[in-house]
Structure formats: C-alpha cells, structure tokens
Write a protein that binds this ligand. Structure first.
Ligand code: SF4
Ligand code: SF4
Length: 392
C-alpha cells in the first residue's frame, strides 16, 4: 500500500507519456488496470498499451441514467469519471475460489487455495475510489487490524501491498458525484503513488510515495511551471463547486440513529425493487457468501466466495427466517449502514460519494435525497423513536 512521502514540487508529464507509463509499468511486471469502454460504459480492465485507455469521451450521469458521448474537447483524456465498476473487483473479485479438496483414503486432501495475489497497477483511479480502497482496507487487510474475518484476507493484503496506484484527480465531476460533501475528492489527498491533474497537453503530477517517485524518474517529466500548478488548482476548485449532488453530513449519523421508525422508509420501499444494484456497484460494499460445489465423480470439491447483497431476501436468513423480511427493512439497513452504523463498525463513513448507487439504481433512488428527506421531516428527538433497530 502506498506510504506517504514528503511531497516534492509537482512535475509535468506530457500526455504522450501515458504510453510510456503503461510500458514502464508492464516492464516492471505489473498488470495495468485502466479505464476502457465496455458496452458503452467506462470499465476498468487490463490493458497492454496506453492507446487502450478510454479517450475523447464524456459521461452524463443522473438518477437511473448513464450515457457516454464524444467530448467537445477530444484533446483531454479523462473527461469522464467512474463507471459501474472500479478497482474493487480486482482486489475483492466477485467470484473467488477459496479452497479445493479431494476425498482420499477416508479423509480430505486440500489441493488448492485462493489464486496467487496479482501485481496490479491501477491507472486512472478517481479520488472517491481511492478513499473506498482505504475503507475496504479496514475490512480485509491483515495490515489494518481488519474487523471482518475473511478467508481471502491474505490475497487482498498481498494484492494491496504490491499495487501501484496512479490517481487521476477529477476536473469534471458527473451529475451524481458528491465526493466534495464526503471529503474524499475531487483531489486525492492520500493513498496514491502518483496523482495526475489533467490540462491541455499533459498532467501536473504529485508524488505520493517513494515508489511513485521512482516510477516518475523513468518518465519524460519536467518541473511543473507556476502557471500549470495554478491552473490545476483552479480546475480542482471549479470541480469542487460543480458537484452533481450534495449531502449535508452535519449531525447526519445522529439523525439516522434516531430514524429507525421514520415513515420515509415506507415511501422508499414502494419504489425500491430490492435488485441489489446499489450494492454491486458500491466500491465499499464487502458482503460475500460461500458455496461448495462438487463433481459427480470423485473429483474435487470447490469452495467459492461470491459477492452477496444485503438486498437479497436470504441474506439475513437465520434459523427463524430472514431478519430483514421486507424491502423497507433492507433499504433502511443499507442506507443506515452506509451513512450511520459504518461509523460504529469501522470508525469511518461507508459512503465515499462516488454516486454509483444513484446512477445504477434502475428506478433512480438517490441516497442524498433520502437522507435529506429524513433530516427535514424527522420527528422531534423525544418523538418515540427507539435507537434500537426493530426487526422489519
Ligand atoms: S453508497 Fe453510493 S455514493 Fe456512497 S460509495 Fe456506495 S455507491 Fe458510492
Ligand atoms: S435502491 Fe435501487 S439499486 Fe438499490 S436495491 Fe433498491 S431499486 Fe435496486
């Protein structure tokens, strides 16, 4: 994981250096993961040349809507922000083999564990996803005193330890972004090796770690001029003022602590399909389930971990049946976990303001609106609500 280094004066990399950056990373044994286009959506995928990085495109995002179009500024590389997926699926894969066993001589012999951790270079990570990686470190990383025991923790820890993280600061937020409200963007503040701020002709580069500094030495950079640095600052300030969404976080945890019986949950339950999209696209969601499969002959038994969603009916199943038996209960659990009970569990917010759950909700449910509605129409503190969560 990137360790902070004392920040040197920013450098300037010409845009053409992206190709050299990809080649340099590959020569050092990294698999480079970068934004590409798949099915009309910005999608992080392995690349082998800088030419494969999505370019000349701009995204329009709103509640339940995503559209990628040609930009009027094709000379800029990163006019789009996040699509449905992000770095999460490479560190915490949606499907991962945990163990493989074979029955032999009246017992079981273990044949295989999780795959070896890959050496990944993430190129083009947005500050919200960077913040989400730090949130997931608290869940999975064995270096962070993780609180959720997970069989694949060693895979995650090693993949994170080896990873090179090259962030791209956001100079043009989308319609569903609210990282400025969450304090996670539009500028990356920590957890990166290099951070790029784009302007015509290239990138102002900030070094975030020793590893990043060494990488930069192998690239055709020069010291950024005062004008280039000032322009980068102006672009980030402008992005901060043009977020698509806003979330008032003041006292929000306390508001949601008191909102267990709020009538808004009934209203949102009328619209929510319990499809789980919001959890599948969220860069901090970490729930999983395991399933065992065996062949019909004497072949191996495989235990596989799959992403799971708190919106499925069986997710909270106990001996007495599902604890959260209604959509009202499931949506309430999800939103309160993100913005309220995550603080109790991990000491931080479970939401980084990436806006994905708004964009990819098929009916456009917007957690910033839901949270605000609850805040505005909450009964007085002594209105009879219990802070103890009642079963749905
Ligand atoms: S809750 Fe929504 S906005 Fe927040 S991090 Fe998850 S997907 Fe992004
Ligand atoms: S809030 Fe939207 S995305 Fe999430 S489960 Fe409900 S309908 Fe699906």
């Amino acid at each position: 994981m990137p360790t902070s280094a004392s920040r040197s004066a920013p450098s300037f990399l010409p845009q053409t250096a992206l190709n050299e950056l990809v080649a340099l990373l590959r020569s050092q044994g990294y698999t480079v993961i970068a934004p590409t286009v798949e099915a009309g959506v910005i999608t992080y995928a392995p690349i082998t040349t800088g030419q494969q990085i999505a370019r000349g495109l701009i995204d329009y995002q709103d509640g339940g809507s995503y559209r990628l179009s040609a930009t009027e500024e094709p000379e800029l590389q990163f006019q789009y922000v996040v699509g449905a997926n992000g770095p999460k699926r490479f560190l915490f894969p949606p499907t991962q083999r945990l163990y493989e066993f074979r029955a032999e001589k009246g017992g079981f012999v273990q044949e295989g564990g999780p795959p070896p951790a890959p050496k990944l270079a993430f190129l083009g990570v947005r500050p919200c996803d960077l913040a989400a990686m730090r949130v997931q470190d608290r869940v999975f990383s064995e270096e962070e005193g993780r609180t959720a025991g997970c069989l694949a923790g060693a895979f995650y820890t090693e993949a994170r330890r080896q990873a090179m993280v090259i962030a791209v600061n956001c100079t043009r937020p989308s319609g569903t972004c609210f990282c400025a409200s969450m304090g996670t963007g539009p500028e990356a503040s920590e957890g990166f090796d290099l951070a790029l701020t784009e302007q015509r002709g290239g990138f102002v580069v900030t070094v975030g770690s020793e590893k990043g500094g060494k990488l930069l030495e192998g690239l055709p950079g020069r010291k950024a001029s005062a004008a280039e640095q000032e322009l980068a600052e102006l672009k980030l300030a402008r992005a901060r003022e043009h977020m698509g969404r806003h979330l008032d976080r003041s006292g929000l945890k306390e508001v949601l602590d008191r909102a267990v019986d709020h009538p808004r949950w009934d209203e949102v339950a009328q619209r929510c399909l319990s499809c789980g999209n919001c959890t599948m696209v969220c860069p901090t969601c970490f729930c999983s389930t395991v399933s065992d499969s065996s062949t019909l002959d004497q072949g191996p038994v495989t235990r596989t971990r799959y992403w799971e969603s708190c919106f499925t009916h069986q997710f909270s199943y106990t001996t007495a049946g599902p604890v959260r038996n209604t959509i009202r209960g499931r949506y309430r659990h999800w939103l309160r976990h993100k913005l309220c009970t995550w603080f109790d569990q991990f000491g931080c917010s479970g939401c980084v303001g990436c806006g994905r759950c708004i964009t990819w909700c098929p009916v456009g449910i917007d957690l910033t609106v839901e949270a605000q509605q609850i805040r505005q129409s909450q009964p007085p503190e002594d209105g009879g609500n219990s802070t103890r969560e009642k079963q749905a």
